[in-house]
Design a protein around this ligand. Structure first.
Ligand SMILES: Nc1nc(=O)c2c([nH]1)NC[C@@H]1CN(c3ccc(C(=O)N[C@@H](CCC(=O)O)C(=O)O)cc3)C=[N+]21
Length: 287
């Protein structure tokens, strides 16, 4: 068994980004909007701000109160859409109940949508014309590349069908010629499906869900889970110690997919800046 070191790979890619940004006349700028005081979100946005600083990306985090109305948030998004000094706009999820997430994601200019969550960017991904790709699945694809894991003709299983992880993950692996089974909470015979997989990507949000008897000898296991165990410690979806004995490659939590997510977000901010300053526009057919 070998551990996929997401932290080390993220550091290497961030250094490459730093060099790329050094050569840019217009420096990329990312606006992060956080509504409310979700404690996990606070940690994530702090990590994003740190990564941005290391790379030379300008970033600002706007902390809005839990009581912020949908109209107030939509107004702010309009303002940053129109403001040329910002190349990326990210609204941290989840949002408080009074705000309709779908409306917010639709309001962000697709050219500035560094999360890749706008329906236009989702649609582009599903039709084979990716521009902005959700960062978590993009980060997992970078791990496959860095560790020479070929997806060609492989049986891949994705656990979880969310718009931000499961669905785009399945699409990206399909693009690399994997045969993908997308499983979810209503899947019958889930364990037997996992046992046939060459690659398992778990994004269901339940600690210790993927146990050793789910995993074929030599399989690659990617853990996207971000859960807290009884002691409040961060842990993934995979029972790491027992699964590690069977897997050929496995990601830890923390230090696996999380740092890659942040790195891909930075990469897309750089791309957004390059595209916007070159005058590209998603609404047109150019890529
Ligand atoms: N609009 C939006 N975009 C997102 O990309 C987004 C979001 N909303 N909402 C929440 C999820 C979650 N997410 C993570 C980012 C970094 C780590 C991360 O840095 N993890 C570290 C440790 C973090 C810790 O110590 O808690 C690691 O796994 O090693 C984790 C999770 C981004 N998300």
């Amino acid at each position: 068994m070998k551990i996929i070191d997401g932290k080390a790979l993220a550091a290497k890619l961030q250094e490459e980004l730093r060099v790329r940004v050094e050569g840019m006349a217009v420096k990329p700028a990312l606006m992060v909007i956080l509504v409310g005081d979700n404690s996990a979100s606070q940690v994530y946005v702090r990590n994003k701000a740190r990564a941005a600083e290391r790379i030379g990306i300008k970033s600002e985090t706007l902390f809005l109160p839990e009581s912020t109305s949908e109209a107030e948030l939509l107004n702010l998004i309009d303002k940053y859409n129109a403001d040329e000094q910002w190349h990326g706009i990210l609204v941290q999820l989840p949002l408080p109940a009074q705000i309709d997430e779908d409306k917010v994601l639709l309001a962000i200019d697709p050219n500035k949508d560094v999360d890749g969550f706008h329906p236009m960017n989702m649609g582009r991904l599903w039709t084979g014309q990716p521009v902005m790709v959700p960062s978590t699945p993009a980060g997992v694809m970078e791990m496959f590349k860095a560790y020479d894991i070929s997806l060609e003709g492989k049986q891949a299983v994705v656990l979880g069908r969310s718009n931000i992880v499961g669905k785009p993950m399945a699409q990206l692996m399909m693009d690399q010629n994997a045969t993908v089974t997308l499983c979810h909470s209503r899947t019958q015979g889930l364990k037997a499906i996992c046992q046939k997989a060459d690659i398992i990507v778990s994004a269901i949000g339940q600690a210790e869900f993927v146990k050793a008897d789910f995993v074929k000898e030599g399989a690659v296991v990617i853990d996207v889970g971000m859960n807290r165990n009884a002691e409040g410690k961060l842990c993934g979806d995979v029972a790491f110690d027992e699964v590690a004995e069977k897997a050929s490659l496995i990601t830890p939590v923390p230090g696996g997919v999380g740092p890659m997510t942040i790195t891909m977000l930075m990469k897309q901010t750089v791309t957004a800046c390059e595209r916007l300053t070159a005058g590209f526009d998603n609404e047109r057919v150019d890529k």
